[in-house]
Structures are given as C-alpha cells and as structure tokens.
Design a protein around this ligand. Structure first.
Ligand code: S3P
Length: 171
C-alpha cells in the first residue's frame, strides 16, 4: 500500500495546479475533494454556500474526507478550510502524507483577485479578508508533515520540489 499525498493550504496557494502535475509525475490518480463534493451534490461549491451556508458545506466536506481517506496511492487536494476541523487532518493522515503549500497573503491576493468561485472571498476588501483568514489558519497549515513555500514559483517548480523531497524521503 502506498499512502496518499494530501495537499493542504490556503485558497490560491496552488494546490490544484500543483496536485495535477504531481499526480502525473508520480503516476497516481488525482482527486480534488471540492470536485468530489460538487459531483456528489450536483452543485458547485459556491451554490452550496449560497443555498445552505458554510456550516452545511463543512459537514459535506467532513463526510467527503472520511470517505476519501480510505483510498490509497492518490494525490488528493483539499479545500483551504479543511484544516478547521482537527478530525479532518486526523482522518487524512491515517492513509496519507500531509503536504502544506504556503504563500503570503499578498501572493494569494494576486492569484485569486479575479476569481469568482470562492464564496468566502466574495467581499469588497479581499486582501483584508485574506489576511484575517490567513492569521486564523496559518498555525493549522503548519501541522503538515511537509511545508513548501510557493511564492514566486510556478506550479511545475513546486511539484518538482515536492516530488524530489518525497521520493528521497520515502525511498
Ligand atoms: C474554502 C476553500 C475553497 C472551498 C470553499 C472554502 C476555504 O477551496 O473549499 O470555498 O474555507 O478556504 P480552495 O482552497 O480550493 O479555493
């Protein structure tokens, strides 16, 4: 059995683009938790927030984490808020190595400023909201087994760094 590689990190830290590249490099199936929830519910995340609110989404997210934690040998990417419930990280860790992608609020702002599909950032002052959530969450992202800074790096480069590190450590 090979443990999953689970990417966590703030919105815009690069999880999805890095995860897809990493999965190819490692010849693993790629699974994005938010896409999994969207397929199961038949609704986009933003619609789920709009219709039923954040708490409801968190319950779906928790259920999805429980389910996908039983998989193996995948690259799994998660939504930025997955770390808010400590049980999620515990579950993901059962069968996974947790890798955190870290970027400064300013980098994140540049990456997400034109994005329309992130309900938590649907506010007038995006940068302020990013800073607030970042301060609340940074210590949670730091609970990962490995951390990578992604500021100024292309997804390909970050995937390369993770690949080299994990190949080395796990071989
Ligand atoms: C969220 C991040 C989003 C998505 C939802 C909530 C968060 O995923 O799960 O909008 O709380 O940070 P991304 O990190 O992929 O944007």
């Amino acid at each position: 059995m090979k443990k999953n590689i689970v990417l966590i990190g703030f919105m815009g830290s690069g999880k999805s683009s890095v995860g897809k590249i990493l999965a190819k490099k490692m010849d693993r199936v790629f699974l994005d938790l938010d896409e999994w929830i969207e397929r199961k519910e038949g609704l986009k995340i933003s619609k789920i927030f709009e219709k039923n609110g954040e708490q409801y989404f968190r319950a779906l997210e928790k259920e999805a984490v429980r389910f996908v934690s039983s998989y193996e040998n995948r690259v799994i990417t998660t939504g930025g808020g997955v770390v808010l419930d400590p049980e999620n990280l515990e579950n993901l860790r059962q069968n996974g190595i947790i890798v955190s992608l870290i970027a400064t609020p300013e980098t994140i702002f540049e990456r997400v400023k034109n994005s329309k599909h992130r309900p938590l950032l649907d506010v007038d002052d995006k940068l302020e909201k990013i800073r607030k959530l970042y301060d609340e969450r940074i210590s949670l992202y730091q609970k990962a087994d490995y951390q990578f800074k992604t500021d100024g790096l292309a997804a390909q480069e970050v995937a390369g760094l993770i690949f080299d590190k994990l190949n080395h450590e796990l071989s």
